[in-house]
Design a protein around this ligand. Sequence first.
Ligand SMILES: [Zn+2]
Length: 416
Amino acid sequence: MEPLTLVVSGARLTDGRVVDLGIADGRLAAVSDAHTLTGATVIDAEGRLVTESFVNGHLHLDKVYTLSRVGDAALTAYTAGSMGGAMTGIELARAVKHSYDGSWILPNVRRALQESVRFGTLHLQAFCDVDTTGRLEGLRAVVAAREEFRGILDMQIVAFPQEGVLRDPGAAALCEQALAEGADVVGGIPWIEYSDADARAHVDWACALAARLNRRVAMLVDDAGDPSLTTTAMLAEALLEHGLVGRGVACHARAVGAYAEPSQRRLAGLAVKAGLGFVSDPHTGPAHLPVDLFDRLGVAVALGQDDIEDAYYPFGRGNMLEVAFLAAHALGLLSVPDQRRLLGFITTTAARVLGIADHAIAEGNPANLLIHECTDTAGLLSRHAAPRWVISRGRVVATTVEQTEWSTDYAAAERK
Ligand SMILES: [Zn+2]
């Protein structure tokens, strides 16, 4: 075995085993319970929980920290009631893109990525608006930021025609240009088009382009609490038609939560057949995908931060444990087995959704690890603290220590 550059000793895995993890050349070279590994650097985890790094399945990265530029009207329209005004919210949010400029977008993107790494996210699917208003300003800033974080955080950039492709003539050509300039994934938002026929044409355009360029597809589908929206099924059907099985992701899909259960089960079956994964973000809107049912039916589901302080959501820190904590409440997933599923939705299952093959604590895989302060999953979700150590490709890239200084000696006060 080649010399180990880093050993994490006393690492408690989610199955309760306490092991030593040996790292060489950025990969996990040994997972051992013999506790005999030695390396150039040793971190003693002292029985703390060690997990895979986090995967953020869906973030509108070009829009982060833009809420102050947009104002509250869009946010109010998007989040009210059963999301009847969601489309109005999107139209109001468009205003900020008239002033889109890489000179202010890039620092925002950089800040969001630094926060993401601090909180342990090392894989991210970044949606980036590409349309005739914002043109390629946001996309170019995000591509530049990806270069700055290369080797630390892996980013799949989605060329996302936020205003539609039939509604916004010219957006399709800009998406192709975005893919030539560094975007990885063909995006789409079919539900925003004015008719089902147009929505189907939108889905077909994206899937044909992805098949031609050998890319993956990620779409924002059915983003309102309206059961008549059916673009999720259109996407699954198109993946099958265009030879893209296992290469598609459906984000939001909130309308599915309003379907009757037989229709939900029928769609889940179609999704499994098409290898369509889902990203849900139940904290950013009042309607959401039936995550519990879809997961039990064998559909791969991830969670996404979705937004950070933009026209659609006023909070967010790129903290996937916080997202999972909020999802635990919104989805009613509170038992210990459910907590483990939630952890999967931001680690190993999320990796499956994005087509990342080697994201598990196993010999030979990249050493993307988080050493947490606590020792069990409940503590992890409850505290949603930044990990004590973030290890990317076998290298410590961030450490966080939380410390409180007491101004009163409570122990002494109790003794009196
Ligand atoms: Zn979104």
